[in-house]
Every structure is written in C-alpha cells, then in structure tokens.
Design a binder for this molecule. Structure first.
Ligand code: VGL
Ligand code: ZN
Length: 210
C-alpha cells in the first residue's frame, strides 16, 4: 500500500513567508494533482510547529546571524529566521488544495515536528538527534503502508531527511522532484540533496511518473 507524504506545505515556506523557499509556490499545483488524482489510499502531512523560543531561531541565539551555522545542544544547527511559530498564519497550511485536504480529512493525519526548543526536526519521522519519534513510522506500518511518495518544502532539509528516514524505516521511497523546491543556502544544495537521496535508495521521479 502506497502513501503520499506532504512535507511542510506551510505559508512561511512560500514566497512572502518568513523562510521563503525560492519558487516554493510552484509545488502547490503538483501537490494538488497528486492529492486529487494520484490514487493514494493514504495521505499524511508534516507541519513544522515551533514554539517562539525555539533554539533553531537566530533570534534566540545572541549574536547569531540568520543563515549561519551554529550549535544546538551539541548538534550542528543552521540559524533560521523565526518561522512556523505555533498558531501563527505562517505555520498554517497553504491555502487551496492542501489546506482543503487537511480540513476535509483527505489528509488523514498531520504530524507536527520541531516542538522541542532544544532540538530541530527536519525529518517527519525523528528529531535531528534521533531522540524522539513523531509516530509517523508506526502509523504508516499500522495502516499497511509499504511505499511512500514524498514531496514538499524544502528539498535540501525537511524533504531530504524525511525521505532518508523513510528508506531507513524500510519503506520503498520515491521523491517527486517537481513537487519540491530547495532553500539553496549554497547554490548546489538541491543537486547534492538529490544525489544523496538517490545514492541512499530513494527513487527520483517527476510527478508524471508517480
Ligand atoms: C525546514 C528549515 C527549518 C523545512 C524547516 O521544512 O525544510 N527548513 N525548518
Ligand atoms: Zn523549522
């Protein structure tokens, strides 16, 4: 059984948002097509959901510049602008097909992540220290899922780590290239993220091939 995982399709990652992913809005029609016509028996979404005092925010690390590399409880941590703060419009799902699918229950479950101030959580499965599970893996396995299709924002962070954990959890994993966009703090981050996914067993496709 095959599930679609929508990664962080939230306002703050869209143009005009606090952590805008270049051309991030271009993934929305792709997501809409797969939600409505992809034939997925199960769809889940992840939602970046930070408290305002989250340790990944440059604003909470005196002297830290947005986009610089720092440390958070011993782990490398990119210092991000404040984003996806719990309960704000920026943390809400993108208007249109995505939000409608969450509201209607077409997205059967939402997995929130990044709620612990002391650790970031790029993957939809585990925090970056792999200390805590979100419950996504057990949920998918209980539903009989063996294959996952992953798309969303951003390719070089949350999508990549979600896809890699999916492989590690034993799911046949597909990444939808045109359904995802990268932050590209360095210009080749997207290319490197896709190469790493491919090398670790993720199938790379365009949405036409799903
Ligand atoms: C993300 C950076 C910080 C993402 C989330 O969704 O890729 N990136 N928080
Ligand atoms: Zn975040």
């Amino acid at each position: 059984m095959k599930a679609l995982i929508l990664v962080d399709l939230q306002n703050d990652f869209l143009p005009g948002g606090a952590l805008a992913v270049p051309s991030g809005d271009e993934v929305l029609p792709v997501a809409a097509r797969l939600i409505e016509g992809g034939g997925f028996p199960l769809i889940v979404a992840t939602q970046d959901w930070h408290p305002a005092n989250h340790g990944s925010f440059a604003s909470n690390n005196p002297g830290a510049k947005v986009g610089s590399l720092g440390k958070l409880h011993g782990l490398d941590q990119v210092m991000w602008p404040d984003h996806c703060v719990q309960g704000t419009n920026g943390a809400d799902f993108a208007e249109g097909a995505v939000k409608d699918a969450v509201r209607s229950g077409r997205v059967q479950r939402v997995f929130k992540k990044g709620t612990d101030v002391s650790v970031d959580s790029y993957s939809g499965f585990f925090d970056n220290g792999r200390r805590k599970s979100t419950g996504l893996s057990d949920y998918l396995k209980e539903k009989g899922v063996t294959e996952v299709v992953v798309l969303g924002l951003a390719t070089d962070y949350c999508v990549k780590f979600t896809a890699l954990d999916a492989v590690a959890e034993g799911f046949k994993t597909t990444f939808v290239k045109d359904g995802s966009r990268a932050v590209n703090l360095s210009p080749d981050d997207e290319t490197r993220a896709i190469a790493e996914m491919k090398e670790k067993g993720v199938r790379i496709v365009s949405s036409r091939e799903v």
